[in-house]
Design a protein around this ligand. Structure first.
Ligand code: SF4
Ligand code: SF4
Length: 74
C-alpha cells in the first residue's frame, strides 16, 4: 500500500467537509480550530492511513490540499 501525506492550507480551507467525505481512508476530520476567516478547518486525524490517492485534493473547491506520495518498494 503506498503511503501519502497531505498538506492543508488552513487559511484557504472553508470547512465545507467535502474532503472528509471524499477520503476512502477516513484520514481527515475537522480540527476543531478556527482560521482567520472563522472557519473550522480540516486536519489529518489519522495521517498513518493516508495512501496518497488525492481524492481529497480533487474534491476541494478551494484548492486547499496538496498531496505528497512516498514510493514504496514492491
Ligand atoms: S490523499 Fe487520499 S487517503 Fe490521503 S487524505 Fe486524501 S483522500 Fe484521504
Ligand atoms: S474540501 Fe477544502 S475547503 Fe472543504 S473542508 Fe476540505 S480542505 Fe477545507
Amino acid at each position: 500500500m503506498p503511503s501519502g501525506r497531505v498538506l492543508i492550507d488552513e487559511e484557504r480551507c472553508k470547512g465545507c467537509g467535502l474532503c472528509i467525505a471524499a477520503c476512502p481512508q477516513k484520514v481527515l476530520a475537522f480540527s476543531g480550530k478556527i482560521n482567520r476567516s472563522g472557519y473550522n478547518y480540516v486536519h489529518m486525524e489519522h495521517p498513518e492511513k493516508c495512501v496518497g490517492c488525492a481524492f481529497c485534493a480533487m474534491t476541494c473547491p478551494d484548492v486547499a490540499i496538496e498531496v505528497y506520495r512516498e514510493k514504496v518498494a514492491a
